[in-house]
Design a protein around this ligand. Structure first.
Ligand SMILES: Nc1ncnc2c1ncn2[C@@H]1O[C@H](COP(=O)(O)OP(=O)(O)OP(=O)(O)O)[C@@H](O)[C@H]1O
Ligand SMILES: [Mg+2]
Length: 273
């Protein structure tokens, strides 16, 4: 079965070695059962790169309550360095060291991910709706699968950084979770595993015993407004994945020793079906 794994930037910083070892173990011992594709982000590393450039990362809240990065010219430069460079190549390097034939690229390469650029975004500033221009982010529109399929058929492990190509051919930043959802759907994946830095979705974020073990998309849709921050976006992306054909989405912690194998074997975290 095809398994798409989304690795967040925070996780790359926190539990890199275990995640890599887990992937390598699955590739060498469960090759007949699972075919893996990795999609990664790089939020914290983009912020670090911006700071090295003496720039401040900028975030806004949209009128519907999503927190979103303002990807101006400087931020897209940093995103290219991280998603097409350091994060992607360090993942490939670490996997290659464990004899996994990882192949890293972003959505601009071979025009694999096409997006509609959001040239302007409506954001809330001091309670007022303001239009911001010069934005280099996009909403994924099309996944061109032949190259990914070629790689899978030839036992390469695709490692995909979340950048895409706009209609005008510009590189745009795309949300990692939504990239993973769209790639999973385009590949008819059986499961999308979103590895993050919490156990899953909590009913009440302040009560760690309120973890939701299983939820269907209707229930999650009702619950969406209660969620905040990255989890709101992630839940939204999970619903999108299910809507466009992925069988099952698991949101779980990537901070354990074998996070992916655990998610595949024991239905850990929050299972959305
Ligand atoms: N009800 C909730 N349950 C779980 N997490 C929540 C909830 N509400 C808000 N969160 C926040 O959502 C975060 C996870 O989303 P976040 O976007 O930070 O991680 P990621 O997607 O794994 O990484 P990245 O965005 O860097 O790729 C958690 O660390 C937590 O702080
Ligand atoms: Mg996120």
């Amino acid at each position: 079965m095809i398994v798409v794994i989304k690795i967040g930037g925070a996780l790359i910083a926190k539990n890199f070695n275990n995640v890599i070892k887990d992937v390598a173990n699955i590739v060498s011992n469960y090759r007949d059962k699972y075919t893996l594709v990795i999609v990664h982000g790089g939020g914290p590393q983009i912020n670090e790169t911006l700071k090295e450039m003496n720039k401040e990362p900028k975030y806004f809240t949209t009128p519907s309550g999503f927190t979103t990065r303002y990807t101006d010219q400087e931020a897209i430069e940093a995103a290219i360095m991280v998603l097409g460079g350091k994060n992607n190549k360090r993942l490939v390097e670490a996997l290659q060291k464990l004899s996994v034939n990882a192949f890293g690229f972003t959505g601009i390469d071979g025009s694999i991910l096409e997006a509609i650029r959001k040239e302007k975004i409506l954001v809330m500033i001091n309670g007022k709706k303001i239009m911001k221009r010069g934005e280099f982010s996009g909403k994924i529109d099309k996944v061109n699968t032949p190259i990914i399929e070629f790689l899978l058929q030839n036992n390469y492990l695709p490692v995909i950084g979340s950048l895409a190509k706009s209609k005008d051919g510009d590189i745009v930043n795309i949300d990692g979770d939504r990239a993973a959802s769209n790639i999973a759907a385009a590949l008819n994946a059986d499961i999308l595993i979103s590895l993050t830095d919490v156990e899953g979705i909590y009913k009440d974020f302040n009560d760690k015993s309120s973890i939701i073990k299983s939820i269907n998309s209707h229930e999650l849709e009702e619950f969406l407004d209660e969620l905040e921050g990255g989890m709101k976006k992630k839940a939204h992306a999970a619903l999108e994945a299910l809507k466009i054909g992925v069988q099952k989405v698991v949101i779980c912690s990537g901070l354990t020793e074998t996070p992916i194998l655990d998610a595949l074997k024991n239905n850990r975290g929050t299972v959305i079906h």
